[in-house]
Design a binder for this molecule. Structure first.
Ligand code: SF4
Ligand code: SF4
Length: 316
């Protein structure tokens, strides 16, 4: 199985997980009862009323400990997730799991099929060529996606604040409370606008999770990166498949640390397709190790003439 199949699988699985968490009571906040539910249990400080009446040092210590364990520690763990992910894996989460990233990729691909470019606004040099066949089919898919996906997202995400069975009952009776209506419509509009107009700019400049991974991945000496094996650069056919595969508009052959790279591996797959399975010039690696980033700094023997020309050509 190719890298693209693995990636689509993780993306779909994560979307299902996000959608099902409130339904299965794995995680949701019920605004009606004002209860946080985690794995079917109401999350509370676990303090009985008697403790608040007890002013002894022992009771105060117990309250402080419970508060730390049940309120502060979970927040610390939660807030540390994305910096830690970034430090170890760069923006791997963005490329392999993020539901928004998946939605934006779908929008890119449909736009490409319909307009011959990924963006609504302009054609980029790395936009792949498309055949223009089955246009009608893609128009239907695009219209259905625009109508259905934001609504499904709206219903699913509103479930994090309103009990899913309450939402379902309101859908069945077509009689909505203001909160449910606002949740579904608000999320739907957000999804529609971001997937049509904003797309990956949101990942680059707005998303807090993306920015955390970007920052910590950038400074980390060990974070996961996609690297080109420059010692084999003379095997490059200059097909530009790697550049065309990159929906983040990175130039993978530049081999530099690019904060936009989401470690999706699309360039890895594209080069494997061009040069043969397992023979592509890109690979994932942790940290810099001994890869070459500055052609000029290398000794004459370290790189072939072709490699030097390629690297210099790519940089200009
Ligand atoms: S450079 Fe490669 S791994 Fe990084 S975003 Fe582009 S295609 Fe994905
Ligand atoms: S996909 Fe591979 S062979 Fe084609 S341009 Fe990129 S590095 Fe060269």
């Amino acid at each position: 199985m190719g890298i693209t199949v693995y990636r689509r699988t993780t993306q779909i699985a994560f979307i299902l997980l996000v959608f099902l968490m409130p339904v299965l009571n794995i995680f949701r906040y019920d605004t009606a009862t004002k209860e946080l539910i985690i794995f079917g249990q109401v999350w509370s400080l676990g303090l009985k009323e008697a403790f608040y009446a007890d002013h002894s040092m022992r009771a105060a210590g117990h309250v402080a400990l419970q508060f730390f364990l049940k309120a502060i520690l979970p927040w610390i763990v939660f807030l540390a997730i994305f910096p830690l992910l970034g430090f170890l894996t760069g923006r791997f989460f963005c490329g392999w799991f993020c539901p928004e990233g998946t939605l934006f990729e779908l929008a890119d691909n449909l736009t490409l099929k319909l307009l011959g470019r990924r963006s609504l606004f302009n054609k980029r040099p790395n936009d792949p060529e498309v055949s223009g066949e089955r246009e009608l089919l893609y128009i239907v898919i695009a219209l259905m996606s625009m109508a259905v996906l934001p609504l499904i997202g709206g219903v699913a995400l509103t479930g994090y604040l309103v009990a899913p069975k309450t939402i379902w009952a309101q859908i069945m009776s077509w009689d909505f409370t203001f909160g449910v209506k606002a949740g579904i419509i608000g999320v739907s509009i957000y999804m529609l606008v971001t997937s049509i107009l904003v797309r990956h700019s949101l990942c680059k400049y707005i998303c807090a999770a993306g920015l955390m991974q970007m920052l910590f991945g950038w400074v980390s000496p060990v974070s996961l990166r996609v690297r080109m094996d420059l010692s084999r650069a003379d095997e490059c056919t200059n097909c530009r498949g790697c550049e065309k595969a990159c929906f983040m508009n990175v130039l993978p052959r530049m081999n530099k640390r690019d904060i936009s790279c989401v470690n999706c591996g699309a360039c890895v797959a594209a080069c494997n397709k061009e040069l043969g399975a397992g023979k592509g010039l890109f690979h994932f690696q942790s940290g810099e190790k001994k890869t070459v980033t500055e052609c000029e700094n290398m000794s004459d023997n370290a790189l072939s003439e072709h490699c030097k020309k390629t690297a210099i050509h790519l940089r200009t």
